[in-house]
Write a protein that binds this ligand. Structure first.
Ligand SMILES: *Cc1c(COP(=O)(O)O)cnc(C)c1O
Length: 408
């Protein structure tokens, strides 16, 4: 039996059957590359679902983890650690918001955000001010609160009853948004760019209307930037690219370079709705995770990674658009920076399998969207390699010119 077969067989026997893994077991990584147990090298366009924004085994992250692990990993939130306040300060400076809470994951950051919005809502409008507005097609996580806000039947099915009082509106439908919101709304929750939902951007007009209506109805505007935030758009926060500031922003995936950490950052006016004992976590905001979070932000700045994301992201976008021009099975390019999608006319899974054979890791979401979430130090030459692999597969399809000829 191969190493992969051994690993897979053990999992099949002992794990809950929640994952449909690709037939590859990874042993180590370096920069934008991963290696399996046979030493085969893969160019990584998935980055652990957007977590490994600094690639793999970044020397500064390795050093930070090593040093801090030898000093202190965890102490609980009963006591002060040196780094939680420092990371909160940095995130507040960078976002323009005023206070942070640290969780272990994205879904918990959403959970905390809506708990805070409920407290603030009740304070303004009593028990009735509890309603939430979310978007069709969105994804916010798997706990009951986050799942209740997730506008996709496939994730919700089987787990009902979920939170009541959630109204969904189609993305960018301003009329439906106006219809959905009222004085009992305590929060509008949305991803500025849908990640799992297929890389779909909210329009700036729609976000401005969300801001206006949230202010009019004294509701909190919550942005879920767990996937699109912390640099992927070429700005540190996605909302900075759209020009609309939320009351709460939830972040997670890349913040501690793979060490589990999430956070939500809020405006001062909301912060005083909560008091000691009303929310908390055992693991969240520990010294190891927070110190790595500080190092993450320092590396993004010092290595000028946002500039790289913007430049190489534009190049990726151009190259993908050329594919759309040329191949009938490629329909559209969506997103920006290092959160992009290539919409296919056909299922995307075979592309992922072919990519594995060719040594490139791709990801698929919503069955037909190839999603690109590469590490921030990706270069043009890496894009070229991915495009070459994609062309091989797309090349098997009829070209548009041929279609035009055959239709004539
Ligand atoms: C991944 C993700 C979540 C959930 O985060 P977890 O860390 O998996 O709990 C929530 N919202 C968005 C937009 C995500 O991409």
């Amino acid at each position: 039996m191969s190493r992969l077969e051994q690993i897979a067989e053990l999992e099949q026997r002992y794990l809950l059957p929640t994952y449909n893994r690709y037939p590859v077991a990874l042993e180590k990584g370096k920069g934008v590359y991963l290696y399996d147990f046979d030493g085969k090298k893969y160019l990584d366009f998935v980055a652990g679902l957007g977590v490994n924004a600094l690639g793999h085994a970044h020397p500064r992250i390795v050093k930070t983890i090593r040093e801090q692990a030898a000093k202190l990993i965890h102490i609980s939130n009963l006591y002060y650690n040196e780094y939680q306040g420092q990371l909160a300060e940095r995130l507040c400076q960078l976002s323009g918001l005023q206070r942070a809470f640290f969780s272990n994951s994205g879904t918990e950051a959403i959970e905390g955000s809506i708990k805070l919005a409920r407290l603030a809502g009740h304070r303004i409008g009593g028990a009735a001010k509890s309603k939430l507005v979310g978007l069709d097609g969105s994804y916010h996580g798997r706990t009951f609160g986050a799942l209740s806000l997730t506008g996709q039947e496939k994730h919700r099915k089987g787990f009902e009853p979920l939170l009541e009082d959630v109204t969904f509106v189609p993305q960018n439908d301003i009329a439906a948004l106006r219809e959905a919101i009222n004085e009992n709304t305590c929060a509008i929750v949305l991803e500025p760019i849908f990640g799992e939902g297929g890389i779909l951007e909210c329009s700036p007009e729609f976000l401005r209307e969300c801001r206006l209506l949230a202010d009019q109805h004294k509701a909190a505007l919550v942005f879920d930037e767990i996937q699109c935030g912390l640099g992927r758009t070429g700005t540190l926060f996605a909302f900075q690219a759209f020009g609309v500031t939320p009351d709460i922003v939830a972040i997670a995936k890349p913040i501690a370079a793979g060490v589990p950490l999430g956070a939500f950052i809020v405006r001062e006016q909301l912060a005083n709705a909560i008091s000691p004992g009303q929310h908390g976590t055992t693991f969240g905001g520990g010294p190891l995770a927070c110190r790595v979070g500080l190092e993450y932000l320092a590396i993004v700045e010092e290595e000028k990674l946002l500039e790289n994301v913007a430049r190489v992201g534009q190049y990726l976008s151009q190259q993908l658009r050329l594919l759309v021009d040329k191949y009938a099975s490629a329909q559209a390019v969506r997103g920006r920076g290092f959160i992009q999608g290539l919409v296919l006319e056909i299922p995307a899974r075979p592309f992922v399998e072919q990519g594995l054979a060719e040594g490139v890791l791709f990801n698929v979401t919503q069955d037909t969207v190839l999603r690109f979430l590469p590490p921030f130090m990706l270069e043009e030459k890496h894009v070229d390699k991915a495009i070459r692999v994609l062309k091989k597969l797309l090349g098997k399809k009829r070209k548009k010119e041929e279609i035009a000829v055959s239709a004539a």
